[in-house]
Design a binder for this molecule. Structure first.
Ligand SMILES: [Zn+2]
Length: 309
């Protein structure tokens, strides 16, 4: 079983125009930093439109070609930073639900909400109960803490409905996103105050991964995913193997999930190539670092299947 537990299906109208401008400049600078410089026009006219896939056709095609059994879709809500997009959040959530209905064996679609929305609790309740979405994605880097009262109102509802949460953690994204909100330390309160909730810290808390691994050690309802580590895997395979080994040593093999953050980093490494890289760890890891076939199978899909199916 191969499950990508962290994917963002996107359409131009689902995200505010200001966000697309920010992401264009993030790509421009990020690609330069990675030595893959690209002209602004290529990013604007080719790279960005290639991300748009409102019907999920490109996603399903890539899943078929890459042997990916299931993908977890995480919507995003940038309302406070950029205003409402052309299609309000509700429309994006309904589109996710429609896609899940059309591909029930392939797609696991989550809801999202910025807890600062006045109708946050009602929207999440409708998305999960009426439209059938299977979990909640949070992106605190837009400016809220995961352990503040407004977020707790939403988490209380999600806990009552019995679905899992993915919370983006780590220092990804430039301005206007604020890294401090992505510090995994704030999850310490949440996992204790909501013992029935399973929370996946997205991106292995990039930049704070060591803190996350120690924090999560004895918090058995806290998991993590390896999405957006493809640049490290490409540029420094040894370091990637060290970090993943440490994650497995601290959390055990059953709390680490495969994920990509695609389509955003697909230009660096396709979902299939990242899955193959993980699959081949038992054979290819550098001297002194070992992975078992059972660990790899747990990461690639068995853990996500237990959590989501
Ligand atoms: Zn993400």
């Amino acid at each position: 079983m191969l499950i990508d537990a962290h994917y963002h299906l996107v359409a131009q109208e689902w995200y505010p125009e200001g966000w697309w401008q920010s992401v264009t400049s993030m790509y421009l600078n990020g690609m330069k930093q990675l030595g893959m410089e690209m002209p602004l026009e290529t990013i604007r006219e080719s790279l960005i439109p290639a991300l748009w896939d409102p019907e999920g056709e490109a996603l399903i095609r890539d899943m078929d070609a890459g042997g990916i059994d299931k993908t977890v879709l995480l919507p995003m809500d940038y309302w406070v930073l950029y205003g409402e997009p052309k299609v309000p959040l509700e429309g994006q959530l309904k589109a996710y639900a429609d896609l899940q209905r059309r591909h029930p064996d392939r797609i696991i679609a989550f809801a999202t909400v910025d807890p600062r929305r006045p109708d946050a609790v009602e929207l999440v309740e409708r998305a999960i109960k009426e439209w059938g979405l299977k979990g909640l994605n949070l992106y605190p880097q837009t400016g809220f803490f995961v352990n503040e009262p407004r977020t707790y109102r939403v988490l209380e509802k999600v806990s009552e409905l019995g679905v899992p949460v993915t919370c983006h953690t780590g220092q990804l994204g430039g301005a206007p996103f604020r890294a401090k909100y992505g510090d995994p330390i704030h999850l310490d309160d949440v996992v204790q105050d909501f013992p029935n909730l399973t929370i996946t810290a997205g991106h292995m808390a990039f930049g704070w991964h060591e803190q996350l691994f120690y924090l999560a050690g004895l918090k058995y309802n806290l998991m993590t995913d390896i999405s957006a580590w493809q640049d490290v895997a490409r540029a420094n395979y040894h370091k990637f193997c060290q970090v993943l080994r440490h994650a497995l040593d601290r959390l055990g093999p059953y709390r680490v999930l495969f994920g990509t953050d695609n389509p955003f980093v697909a230009a660096l490494m396709s979902t299939k190539d990242y899955a193959d890289l993980v699959k081949e760890l038992p054979q290819k890891a550098p001297d002194g670092i070992t992975f078992t076939e059972a660990e790899v199978s747990a990461i690639l899909g068995d853990n996500a299947a237990k959590l989501y199916l």
